[in-house]
Design a protein around this ligand. Structure first.
Ligand code: GLP
Length: 244
């Protein structure tokens, strides 16, 4: 597992607190830092904790810039299942971050290539990502980088794997409504972040945690590439660590 630090915590609530500590530290040392954010259920305790800490005066998001990992293709920002909507509801509407300082790939982009290049260019103009938050899919995907024959580089369009659509259908009325494609930062974009935190909770993630950090580095398990990043902290609860 090379450089990866594994922080084992009791439960999702403690995961939220430990991950929030790392955000608090980063924002205190660099108030205009660039954070990379993720959706999914796993980061929710962290987002609640960040909201509480800003209310308590411990964190100030007013200068922070944020770039999200991914977005469903075809969903408008105000679609309740879009990742932009998720971020507004679960974090941005409750903290002092400025709307113009938050970016999420545009699900309605007409010129996909131009949108993806502009996304990368914006991150670069901000000086790159200081702290990237990641969840993990059951097949080891990060963002929406699904298992493939090679590691995809930069922000791009992806077809979603069946296992991913099945896992995410809980948020939609039916499987038919789950988009079949998405836009995501590439593995190259993620690996360029100076510091990475991956949050993993629940027994259903135990197998993929083990495969990703204690198995071979392979594009068939996209998260395994993190073994080659110099500064990764995995915060996992007891259930997720149960196979270690
Ligand atoms: C989605 C997101 C990922 C996320 C994954 C796991 O597919 N694109 O960024 O990590 O779901 O989500 P959860 O935390 O709900 O298990």
């Amino acid at each position: 597992m090379l450089h990866v630090k594994l922080l084992k915590v009791k439960d999702p609530a403690e995961m939220g607190k430990r991950a929030a500590d790392l955000f608090e530290e980063m924002i205190a040392s660099k108030p205009a830092c660039v954070i990379g954010l993720a959706t999914g259920s796993t980061p929710l305790p962290l987002y609640r904790e960040l909201i509480e800490r800003e209310k308590a005066g411990r964190i100030d998001f007013s200068k922070v810039r944020s770039a999200n990992l991914d977005e469903y293709k075809g969903l408008a920002p105000d679609h309740p299942q879009s990742y932009r909507y998720f971020m507004q509801e679960n974090l941005f509407n409750h903290i002092s971050i400025k709307p113009e300082n938050t970016i999420v790939p545009d699900g309605l982009a007409e010129d996909v290539q131009a949108m993806c290049s502009a996304y990368e260019a914006q991150i670069e103009e901000w000086g790159g990502v200081d702290l990237q938050l990641l969840g993990i899919g059951h097949d080891g995907h990060i963002g929406f980088n699904e298992p493939e024959e090679t590691f995809p580089g930069m922000t791009h369009e992806v077809e979603l794997a069946d296992i991913t659509r099945q896992a995410n259908k809980r948020f939609f009325n039916s499987i038919g409504e789950v988009p079949t494609a998405a836009y995501t930062m590439g593995i190259g974009t993620v690996m360029a972040a100076r510091k990475i935190i991956m949050v993993i909770t629940g027994a259903d993630k135990a197998e993929i945690l083990k495969k990703s950090f204690f198995g071979p580095v392979t594009p068939e398990v996209p998260a395994s590439i993190l073994q080659f990043h110099p500064d990764v902290t995995v915060i996992a609860d007891e259930a997720a660590c149960s196979l270690l």
